[in-house]
Design a protein around this ligand. Structure first.
Ligand code: HEC
Length: 201
């Protein structure tokens, strides 16, 4: 019995070697397209990476310095700052945006409001027990930066289009990709920068 198990184990080890061959790009593309089958047209359009994402994909998120400059320039030009010049909304609504991971999923009912899902990657309110660590902690974000107006503008830019600040950022491009609207970004900004927000307590 033991012998049989050993033979089986050896075969199992050998099998993945053959499976490691990369499928052709055409196979991968066709498969991806098929998984988007029932998605609405604006989603279909996202299958094709935009020019900046194409560079990130081709370089495995390791763009050259010339490519980084190109991305920063292109993505910076896509940032739309609030027309009324106000960056901060309501921090209580911002908490809801930060804590909502729904929207943009196949299982969502049509018209579902998307959230920012910030807690999936960041610590924000230090009292919140559950958060991800892919991004840096944002606890005391406004307070530590003395609520500086330039920093507030930079943070809005970052949230609107993360690649305008860091080429090939792993953070979603919330404004550019229409995940969050202007008011939602203002509210989440208030969650980061309002002195009354639990983030700064
Ligand atoms: C999928 C993970 C992910 C999500 C979701 C995410 N972020 Fe990030 N964020 C990151 C990463 C990674 C960084 C650091 C690298 C970079 O700047 O691109 C970052 C950086 C930041 C920074 C800059 C921090 C600094 O260094 O000063 C801010 C501000 C920020 N995120 C805010 C937010 C807000 C607000 C949300 C929700 C609307 C959010 N993030 C959602 C991954 C994420």
């Amino acid at each position: 019995m033991l012998k049989h198990t050993l033979v089986f184990a050896v075969l199992l080890c050998a099998a993945p070697l053959a499976a490691q061959e990369r499928p052709s790009q055409a196979t991968v593309d066709a498969y991806l397209k098929a998984t988007f089958g029932k998605a609405p047209p604006e989603w279909q359009a996202r299958i094709k990476p935009d020019d900046s994402l194409a560079i990130c994909n081709a370089t495995r998120n390791n763009p050259s310095s010339a490519q980084s400059d190109e991305i920063l320039k292109r993505e910076g030009a896509r940032v739309v700052l609030p027309a009324d010049g106000k960056f901060l909304g309501d921090w209580k609504k911002g908490y809801v945006v930060a804590n909502n991971g729904r929207g943009g999923q196949f299982s969502d009912a049509p018209g579902t409001v998307s959230g920012g899902n910030c807690f999936a990657c960041h610590q924000l309110d230090p009292k919140e027990v559950s958060y991800g660590t892919l991004g840096p902690s944002l606890a005391a974000y406004g307070k530590d930066r003395k609520y500086d107006p330039e920093t507030i503008k930079d943070a809005y830019t970052k949230i609107y289009n993360s690649m305008a600040a860091v080429p090939c950022s792993n953070m979603p491009r919330f404004g550019v990709n229409k995940v969050l609207d202007e008011q939602q970004i203002k509210d989440v900004m208030a969650y980061l920068f309002d002195p009354e927000s639990p983030v700064n307590k």
